[in-house]
Design a protein. Structure first.
Length: 287
């Protein structure tokens, strides 16, 4: 029996040693001091691989958490590269923010179970999927704001597509320190069978937006484009109106066309000319 206990203890110690510790992994690199961090997720034993960018100096700095989109395709999620926001990240860095870009469970090298499943179309559950995305965002905020170089207040949460949907769900929780949410092309269930303007369950999406807005108290900025093939103008406006009518604070902007697919505005180069003036004015109002 003693031998079994010793073997079990040795195996457990070996597994613990094989798992990298949470926090920074290696040195910061490049002009934006990019560094890989491992951050706890809502899934036990799964750490989110997170790109952390820091301005010069010791801080403490306010925090911006930028959140990627998702897909119902398991194979596409498994191949997802580390999320990149090539213009949003330096924009916030230049304004003195620490920027964290987590890769949530069920995606890419973070791995683990996919907790954001919308449960198909017929029974689309946009509420639960949004709340589960929000849980990962909240975990990133909790961990980063416990670092000495990060402030606990003035937090900005930015999201694109499913990441923005989760950010809106988080706004409904009113976490301490959250200053505002910026929603780029937020929603779920877009492009059924990869057909543009063919949302999975649009009425349910609108209804869920209202549920998120009912309890939210922080300001939210909604940015969509004319040629968003996932959430076209009529649908994005319905979502924003439902959120506002339920009590949420909404500033909605429908921008012009961007490239061949406006849904990618936040993740592509060349989009800053469209979104930056809108975001700048919104941020100035928060001061």
């Amino acid at each position: 029996m003693l031998l079994v206990i010793l073997l079990a203890a040795g195996m457990a110690a070996g597994l613990a040693a094989a798992q990298p510790a949470l926090g920074p992994q290696g040195r910061a690199d490049g002009p934006f001091h990019r560094q890989l961090w491992l951050i706890p997720s809502p899934v036990a034993g799964v750490a989110m691989r997170t790109s952390v960018f820091r301005p010069p100096g010791p801080g403490p700095f306010p925090l911006a958490v930028i959140n990627h989109g998702s897909t119902q395709s398991e194979s596409q999620r498994a191949r997802q590269a580390a999320p990149e926001f090539p213009e949003l990240t330096p924009w916030f860095l230049a304004r003195g923010y620490v920027v964290a870009v987590p890769q949530r469970p069920g995606h890419g090298t973070t791995g683990g179970p996919y907790i954001e499943d919308q449960n198909g179309c017929e029974n689309a559950d946009y509420l639960t999927s949004g709340k589960n995305t929000a849980a990962s965002i909240a975990a990133a905020i909790d961990y980063m704001t416990a670092r000495r170089f990060v402030r606990r207040t003035g937090i900005i949460v930015v999201g694109q597509s499913a990441g923005a949907w989760g950010a809106l769900a988080l706004a409904g929780r009113n976490p301490r320190g959250l200053k505002a949410v910026i929603n780029f092309a937020g929603g779920r269930g877009g492009r059924v069978n990869n057909r543009p303007n063919n949302n999975c369950a649009p009425d349910r999406l609108v209804e869920t937006a209202g549920r998120f807005g009912r309890d939210a108290r922080v300001p939210t900025l909604w940015i969509y484009t004319l040629n968003d093939g996932y959430f076209p103008p009529a649908l994005s406006k319905r979502m924003a109106d439902a959120y506002a009518q339920a009590g949420g604070r909404v500033e909605y902007h429908l921008l012009g066309q961007f490239g061949s697919e406006g849904h990618e505005l936040a993740t592509s180069r060349g989009g800053e000319a469209l979104w930056a003036p809108v975001v700048e004015r919104f941020m100035n109002k928060l001061r």
